[in-house]
Write a protein of this length. Structure first.
Length: 152
């Protein structure tokens, strides 16, 4: 965090849309990665920072060569090109059905989908912000909350 302000991990936002009225039809998922230049610049800065870190002792003595993007990639344009070509999704999707009390939230704090009867969501999609670690334990807590809630 800079200056104590909470920073978003990513400014780019994707969408998940229905492709048909059929419940078993696969949704259309558009991750929209790197749509915002600020996200590209964050990753370029990360590459530069990692290079500085591994060039310092004791890591410098352990690192033989930089493989990707490679020592030849030093210009801003080369690093931007590398980031755009190599960035992809990992781990779990989150925030696609954000939980909250505002009008933009899809799910209420009790995990119920707004405007629908008998439909709850208990996975990472309800998380309004991504946590800094692996989200598996958080997902298990969310599902445990819903399980206890539904049992009464």
């Amino acid at each position: 965090m800079l200056d104590g302000a909470r920073q978003k991990l990513s400014l780019s936002r994707g969408t998940v849309r229905l492709t048909s009225k059929e419940p078993k039809a696969a949704p259309l998922i558009d991750s929209n990665l790197l749509a915002e230049d600020a996200d590209v610049q964050t990753l370029v800065r990360a590459i530069r920072m990692l290079r500085r870190i591994v060039s310092q002792s004791p890591l410098a003595g352990m690192v033989m060569d930089e493989i990707k993007p490679g020592p030849h990639s030093t210009s801003e344009a080369a690093l931007v090109e590398y980031v755009k070509a190599r960035t992809g999704l990992a781990y779990h999707a989150w925030g696609t059905c954000r939980m909250g009390i505002d009008n933009n939230a899809v799910v209420t704090p009790d995990l119920k989908v707004k405007g629908l009867e008998n439909l709850w969501i208990a996975d990472a999609s309800v998380m309004p912000e991504l946590i800094s670690g692996n989200i598996n334990a958080a997902c298990m807590m969310i599902s445990e909350k819903l399980g206890r809630q539904l049992r009464g």
